[in-house]
Design a binder for this molecule. Structure first.
Ligand SMILES: NC(=O)c1ccc[n+]([C@@H]2O[C@H](COP(=O)([O-])OP(=O)(O)OC[C@H]3O[C@@H](n4cnc5c(N)ncnc54)[C@H](O)[C@@H]3O)[C@@H](O)[C@H]2O)c1
Length: 452
């Protein structure tokens, strides 16, 4: 059951509120969500996991591993695929037998599962493919829950706008929000960035960053049909092979390269003002399982001070690979991801004491929840998501685009119908992109595709 909201004076912490409820009548009152002002080390934080895949299961493991700060229990899960939900639960039970309490009645299946799982929890993990994130975030905020959500936080500009609107509500409700851009919790990055912001390489005039590698995974339609013993509907096929469909994934510039673009935005203390880009599908033309995404992007992101970030991301085997960020300044240059500064203020990070950033980001969020401290990573989570979407929009359209104009785009690629959480969505919602007579999906054509 969802615990009822309490009415407490905005100026009192939860513990002082509990000690001095007599003051309540006299004070100006605001509705307050459960644990908005903190939780004692004895309070059990109830956790729900929405999207029980690889990363969601990892995030749940990390959230449950914060129990040195106080008890945490996984009490509900939600997913659209029963097999993914069960394998996640089995694995989590192996590692955290005493912290997983999810009987059948709290295992929710379907497109409305998120609403029911969120209702059971104090803290929710949102880790479906990114297209659904705004839907789930809006609901978690509406229900007043603390949130950890994976990056990217949307697959289109409409989704980012909805995230920003819900974030304003979350702030009023004092909800704590973590976003899975874990480099912000990685000691080497923190120390390198602190030095850059202190002027270690002077004024930064150019940046470059890469996510060049092979494609991460692919689910082939024929294999899936065989595995599940039926012909999958188009929607189920696309959800299981979601990486290759822009409306769910955002394309790989948003899904992976966001990490590097986020670091550059961190260096510049905000997102770029415009982008120019090119990209295409050199190798992703083998068949319908390659979906609609590009396999390479090359972008220029221009920041307000005129400095440029050159960004490349590629899914092509046998080529030069790098996942890294770099910058050049008036007094030196920096290998940001290698934590090395060259020039007048030469420096190299020593790795002792560095903790796994995936664990650290949960330790930091849960500490903030327990201490009742203001905590939100939504500003950079949303703007780095929008930066990666801007690069994609510039490449798909072949146009130079301004960040602000792109954010206002009315070309929505994520189906509006999903925002209702209709359990009948399997039957009623069609994916926006279907294969043509040649079995291939329509793809963006620079110079023709409209993104604004
Ligand atoms: N921060 C990182 O380093 C990092 C690493 C990997 C993945 N991620 C992010 O985590 C997210 C999930 O990625 P993953 O690799 O775990 O994918 P995955 O395919 O392993 O898991 C996705 C899960 O969501 C479920 N799902 C899909 N649509 C749903 C819906 N509408 N409602 C409920 N459940 C739904 C799927 O059935 C599946 O269980 C992505 O946004 C990805 O970018 C982040």
């Amino acid at each position: 059951m969802n615990p009822p909201s309490k009415i407490v004076p905005a100026t009192l912490g939860r513990r002082s509120f509990l000690k001095s409820t007599g003051a309540l009548a006299a004070a100006s009152a605001l509705p307050v969500e459960r644990f908005a002002f903190g939780a004692s080390n004895n309070d059990t934080l109830k956790l729900a996991l929405i999207g029980c895949g690889g990363r969601g299961s990892g995030a749940a493991n990390q959230a449950l591993s914060t129990s040195n700060l106080g008890p945490v229990k996984l009490i509900a899960v939600g997913d659209v695929h029963e097999d993914r939900m069960q394998s996640s639960l089995t694995n989590l039970q192996k590692t955290h037998a005493d912290r997983v309490d999810v009987p059948k009645e709290r295992q929710f299946l379907g497109f409305d599962a998120y609403k029911k799982a969120i209702a059971e929890a104090d803290v929710v993990i949102l880790s479906t493919p990114p297209g659904f994130r705004p839907v789930h975030f809006e609901e978690a905020v509406r229900q007043g829950k603390h949130i950890f959500m994976e990056k990217p936080v949307a697959s289109d500009a409409n989704g980012v706008r909805r995230i920003l609107a819900a974030a304003a509500e979350a702030k009023k409700k004092k909800l704590k929000i973590g976003v899975g851009l874990q480099r912000h919790h990685q000691l080497g990055y923190q120390e390198t960035l602190a030095r850059l912001h202190d002027g270690a390489i002077g004024d930064i005039t150019s940046m470059r960053c890469y996510w060049n590698g092979n494609r991460p995974w692919q689910k082939k339609r024929a294999d899936l049909n065989k595995q599940y013993g039926k012909e999958l509907s188009e929607l189920e096929y696309q959800l299981r092979n979601w990486y290759y469909f822009t409306w769910i994934c955002g394309d790989h510039i948003a899904e992976q390269h966001i990490h590097n673009l986020d670091v550059i935005n961190w260096v510049k203390n905000g997102p770029p003002v415009k982008a120019r880009a090119m990209g295409g599908r050199e190798l992703n033309n083998g068949g319908s399982d390659d979906g609609e995404i590009f396999d390479h992007f090359a972008c220029e992101f221009e920041y307000a001070d005129g400095s440029i970030c050159y960004s490349y991301c590629r899914h092509q085997p046998g080529c030069w690979n790098s996942v890294s960020e770099h910058a050049v300044g008036t007094k030196g240059h920096v290998d940001i991801s290698g934590y090395k500064i060259y020039g007048d203020n030469q420096w190299r990070f020593k790795t002792e004491g560095a903790k796994d950033p995936y664990q650290q980001e949960h330790d930091d969020l849960f500490k903030a929840i327990r201490e009742g401290k203001e905590y939100s990573e939504i500003e950079y989570g949303a703007s780095s998501t929008m930066t990666s979407i801007l690069g994609r929009m510039a490449a798909y359209s072949g146009k130079e685009l301004e960040y602000d104009a792109a954010l206002k785009s009315t070309v929505n690629i994520f189906p509006e119908e999903f925002y209702s959480g209709d359990p009948r969505a399997w039957e009623t919602v069609q994916p926006p992109n279907k294969p043509g007579p040649d079995g291939l999906y329509p793809r963006a054509i620079p110079g023709k595709t409209k993104v604004i």
